[in-house]
Design a protein around this ligand. Structure first.
Ligand SMILES: Cc1cc2nc3c(=O)[nH]c(=O)nc-3n(C[C@H](O)[C@H](O)[C@H](O)COP(=O)(O)OP(=O)(O)OC[C@H]3O[C@@H](n4cnc5c(N)ncnc54)[C@H](O)[C@@H]3O)c2cc1C
Length: 404
């Protein structure tokens, strides 16, 4: 395998301990994940986008799942994204990006604590009830923002309403496309608490227990091309009561909380998510082009094929430089909201086109479900929609260009 050495990319030479982390991640991918990829890809239960621990347990037997979890915990990679205050190494975004890029080289996700950073807003006993179990992997959460008529414009169009009652709130409404809604232990739900203010102080985030009698998840969910099992669901709130102590953050600040997560955690870290897959696709294509012979010569000697490889390489180099620069600037305290939109846009569009090149170089083999290429393509194409579409990222970038 040729997993990229990203430890010294441009002017971002990573400190030795991060380089070591990258090396450990590379080794685990090579020795533990890649040999199990066939089993993963052949399993009807493999589902991309699920939280890592449940995803592993859905495919592998208990022994293998426990083995992978142990490796993740023993090496410290499990806590890679966790701040020091909660027992993690407190790594900056640049370090996280570099290590995650290594892990995303394989379609199998090593179990790691992947905590939506809004959950770090938990206060008082919310920390023990919600945050810590998610860090430890004993609870799974889902994020419920999108609705049947509110996707790209959730702030303006959200209909789910929370009305004050006693020492709490009563929620009514419907969410749609909610990943993991059926399997989760609790949901982070956005609802309108002040219709006049909406996204400017009128949307609140609630922590809703999956067992709340007012919560109804439609099963089966909506099937997509990301997995054979339906992982996205329609969710109804019918006079669902949430006590004040289960408001996440402040009343009225739930929209900006969600945006903060989407901006940094989600958008910026789409960079390494795509880069690992893009690099893998390129490495596979180089290998294939060297060994596949047509008309008496290996494909690698054909200029048409070399150009596919070079185009992939260009996208990878450009995206890596961009991602690392934005991550370093975020670590330095800069407001990189627009830059994160740029990373999200480029990682999803360049990522999908990069894997598309790889599929073309592989010919029919590129379409084989025994290789990870079509899965990589689907998940990267998905990111042009999920978490804010490419058009929305362009709108955000244009606003900054035009000084709005
Ligand atoms: C697999 C999957 C998983 C998901 N998981 C979750 C989840 O866990 N939680 C959650 O809350 N949501 C989730 N979503 C929903 C996702 O975030 C939304 O689908 C996404 O934000 C786009 O919204 P929409 O589908 O309503 O598109 P629409 O808003 O209807 O947009 C349709 C098209 O019009 C474009 N468009 C819209 N407005 C403009 C404009 N002003 N100018 C130019 N073009 C515009 C869009 O970019 C898009 O191309 C998931 C979606 C999928 C497919």
């Amino acid at each position: 395998m040729h997993a990229t050495d990203n430890t010294a990319s441009g002017s971002y030479t990573l400190p030795p301990e991060i380089q070591e982390f990258c090396e450990v991640a590379r080794r685990i991918v090579r020795d533990e994940l890649m040999p199990r990829e066939q089993e993963w890809l052949n399993s009807p239960n493999h589902a991309y986008g699920m939280r890592e621990l449940p995803a592993i347990r859905a495919v592998f037997n208990t022994e293998v799942a426990a083995h992978l979890e142990k490796i993740a915990r023993d090496t410290g990679l499990f806590y890679l994204m966790v701040p020091e205050a909660y027992g993690g190494p407190g790594l900056g975004l640049l370090a996280q990006a570099a290590i995650l890029e290594q892990l995303y080289y394989s379609p199998i996700m090593l179990p790691i604590a992947n905590v939506p950073n809004i959950l770090y807003e938990c206060q008082g006993d919310q920390i023990d009830r919600f945050l810590k179990p998610v860090i430890e992997g004993t609870k799974v959460t889902a994020f419920a923002q999108t609705e049947p008529d509110a996707g790209s414009d959730p702030g303006g169009m959200m209909q789910t309403r929370a009305v004050r009652k006693g020492n709490g709130w009563v929620l009514n409404g419907t969410k749609m496309w909610i990943s993991n809604a059926h399997e989760c232990d609790f949901m982070m739900v956005q609802a309108v608490t002040d219709p006049d203010k909406r996204q400017r102080g009128g949307i609140t985030m609630f922590l809703v227990d999956r067992q709340n009698p007012g919560l109804r998840v439609e099963v089966p969910g909506i099937r997509t091309w990301l997995s054979t099992i339906a992982k996205q669901h329609v969710v109804h709130f019918d006079d669902l009561y949430v006590p004040d102590e289960d408001v996440l953050g402040e009343v009225g600040k739930g929209f900006s909380l969600g945006q903060r997560w989407l901006t940094i955690h989600d958008r910026l870290l789409r960079g390494p998510y795509a880069l690992g897959k893009m690099q893998r696709a390129l490495d596979m294509s180089v290998d294939w082009a060297k060994q596949r012979v047509t008309f008496g010569k290996p494909l690698s000697e054909r200029q048409a094929i070399q150009w596919h490889l070079v185009d992939m390489h260009i996208d990878i180099q450009a995206l890596r430089s961009m991602t690392y620069e934005m991550a370093a600037r975020a670590d330095g305290g800069e407001d990189v909201r627009t830059e994160a939109a740029l990373v999200k846009l480029c990682s999803s569009e360049w990522g999908a086109r990069c894997v598309d090149h790889a599929i073309q170089v592989h010919g029919a083999m590129g379409e084989s479900l025994d290789l990870p290429l079509t899965l990589f393509y689907r998940v990267l194409r998905h990111t042009q929609i999920g978490g804010g579409t490419s058009e929305i990222q362009r709108i955000l970038i244009a606003r900054k260009l035009l000084g709005k």
